[in-house]
Structure formats: structure tokens, C-alpha cells
Design a protein around this ligand. Structure first.
Ligand code: PLP
Ligand code: CA
Length: 321
């Protein structure tokens, strides 16, 4: 089995690798930061490609600038559904990395454009029940997709006997909901799951922003978006169509929007079962793993490894040679 090429310290190899591509798709995070002042001083997980929390990995702005100066197209592709593209732009600004809103492609935006432009259910049956946070709502609004649920405070409570009855007889349900969109919801509860399940039973389309099993946070790993939506998968007995990495629905949307030539595109990421799988399944010209993230060299070297990138570096900054 072909082993990945180690590019750290290999100046000629790096140049040859970069020259093969016109476009680079970058994973960004990193850990989810709840509140910067809650970040522990010790035992912090340093996980990511460009940054981890509020920590920028060394020479990241220089690498992006070097690629831009060579005329490469950059797209920042994230599975984080809790943030909109505008939120990401603010994060880039805060860390001093030049980037445009239009260069960001998140799983919430991917879901919003899938709903509005591909699924394209006739109004008013295109309403979405959201299991998730404000990033999903913002991106649905950007595509003029109507929604209910989400951050609605009236759903952040225990289910009552009256709720069971009102869900069962439909009086608590919106007849226009034709889609259930599941993402990371920090306020998930039985009431929301019961409502989402009722819509699915009525035949609503089942979509997910992403199905990551885990969420890296500063302290440790926590349940990810896929784990939040898992009770629905179990109860309804079918999988959601995921619109984040490694789903090829996301790759198709990126190809359509940015006009990338797959053979001349490289996916750069830290997680094998999302980022690298995304690039391999999408038949991109290359995949590059950074070892500052979820997976390590041990996961890709040796025989019988299921997901192997074309090349790897210890840290993204090593591309400066
Ligand atoms: N989902 C959430 C809520 C996150 O905070 C993150 C990373 O911080 C992810 C998913 C994974 O995102 P990415 O694909 O950018 O690694
Ligand atoms: Ca990542």
C-alpha cells in the first residue's frame, strides 16, 4: 500500500506538491470555544489546522499569503454548524488572517444552499425544523429559507403531558415543515427530539449539517453533531443526508460555487474520517494531513490503514520550507 509522502523539511517536495494545484480547501478548527475565560490554563487540547481555539499555529498567515501570491484559490471548509460564514470572518479578523466571507464554506451554509437550490421544495412546504444553534438560522436566513425550532426559547424546557398530546394530534406541529435539519444543538432535549421525530414520521426530509461523532473542546472531546442527531436516526430508522465533510453533497456544492477543477485541488485537514475522506471520495488531486489535529502519524503510517492522505506535514507552517 502506498505510504503518504512526508513533506516537512523537504523543500523541493513541498514546491513540487504545491505546484500541482490551483485550489486548496482548508479545514480550519480547532476546538470549540465556549467562552475564552473558561479555557483552562493546562491540559488544553491543541487541535486544528489553522488555529486551535484562540491559538494560531505557527506561520499560518505566511503559508496562506504564500499560496495566494502563487495565485492559488483558497476555500475554508468547516463542519462547525454553530457558526455562520460571517462569524468565521470575524474569527479570521480576530486572529489577523486575511480572508473574505465568500471564501468560507461551512456545513450550515452547505445545508442552506442544498435546501434552497437543490432540494428546492415548493413554498410553503419548504419550512425547516432546526435542531441546532444560531449559525444554522443565520445561513437559512441568508438563503431566505423559513424555519422553526432552532434557538426558540419556548422549546428549552421539559416535555409535559400536554405536549405529548399536542404533538400526537398535530396541533403543536407546523403543517408547512417539510425538512428536519439536525446539527449541533447545545440545548437538545426530549421535547425537540419528539417534535423532530413527529415531522420525520410525517415524511419530512431528514438532513444533517454534519455527522461528526465528537466535538473537540479545549478541555477534552465531547459529543458532536452526529451524536446529537443519533436519537433521531435510531428512532426513525434511517440516516440523515449529511451536508458537511465527508459528504459529497458538500463537495458538489463547493465545485459549483468556486468552479474548482478537482484534479487540481488539494484538501488540507487534520481529521481522517472527515477532511481526508472528503478529499479522497471527491477524487481530488491531493490530500494533505497536518499532524496538529485529531489524528496523528500512527494513524496513517504502516500497513492496513483505512484512510491515508497523499502527503503529510507536522504542522501547516512547515510548508514555508
Ligand atoms: N462542529 C463544531 C461545533 C465545532 O466547533 C468544530 C470545530 O471546532 C467542528 C464541528 C469541526 O469543524 P472542522 O470541520 O472545521 O474541523
Ligand atoms: Ca478540524
Amino acid at each position: 500500500m502506498a505510504q503518504p509522502r512526508y513533506l516537512t523539511g523537504d523543500k523541493a517536495g513541498i514546491e513540487e506538491f504545491i505546484d500541482k494545484f490551483d485550489s486548496f480547501l482548508f479545514d480550519c478548527d480547532g476546538v470549540y470555544i465556549l467562552a475564552p475565560n473558561l479555557t483552562p490554563a493546562r491540559n488544553i487540547l491543541m487541535v486544528g489546522v489553522l488555529w486551535s481555539g484562540d491559538h494560531l499555529f505557527p506561520k499560518v498567515p505566511e503559508v496562506l499569503e504564500m499560496l495566494r501570491s502563487k495565485g492559488k484559490q483558497l476555500v475554508f471548509v468547516t463542519n462547525n454548524s454553530t457558526k455562520s460564514r460571517a462569524d468565521y470572518k470575524k474569527k479570521f479578523d480576530k486572529l489577523g488572517i486575511p480572508a473574505e466571507v465568500n471564501e468560507v464554506f461551512g456545513s450550515s451554509y452547505s445545508a442552506a444552499i442544498y435546501i434552497s437550490r437543490i432540494l428546492s421544495l415548493p413554498s410553503p412546504k419548504n419550512k425547516v425544523f432546526v435542531l441546532g444553534e444560531s449559525g444554522i438560522e443565520a445561513e437559512l436566513e441568508s438563503e431566505n429559507v423559513p424555519y422553526v425550532g432552532g434557538t426558540d426559547p419556548s422549546l428549552r424546557r421539559d416535555i409535559t403531558p400536554e405536549d405529548f398530546a399536542a404533538i400526537a394530534d398535530g396541533s403543536m406541529l407546523d403543517d408547512d415543515v417539510g425538512i428536519v435539519l439536525s446539527g449541533l444543538d447545545f440545548h437538545v432535549n426530549y421535547l425537540k427530539l419528539a417534535i423532530a421525530f413527529a415531522y420525520l414520521r410525517r415524511g419530512a426530509q431528514f438532513l444533517a449539517t454534519n455527522t461528526d461523532s465528537t466535538l473537540p473542546m479545549a478541555h477534552a472531546f465531547f459529543p458532536g453533531a452526529g451524536s446529537v442527531g443519533a436519537p433521531l436516526v435510531k428512532s426513525i430508522g434511517r440516516e440523515a443526508l449529511a451536508l458537511g465533510k465527508p459528504s459529497q453533497a458538500m463537495m458538489d456544492a463547493i465545485e459549483g460555487k468556486f468552479k474548482v477543477d478537482r484534479e487540481k485541488t488539494c484538501m488540507v485537514g487534520d481529521r481522517l474520517n472527515t477532511d481526508i475522506q472528503f478529499g479522497i471520495e471527491g477524487k481530488l488531486g491531493g490530500t494533505l494531513m497536518v499532524c496538529t489535529g485529531v489524528n496523528s502519524k500512527e494513524d496513517i503510517l504502516g500497513e492496513g490503514k483505512p484512510i491515508v492522505p497523499a502527503a503529510y506535514v507536522d504542522s501547516l507552517g512547515d510548508l514555508m520550507g
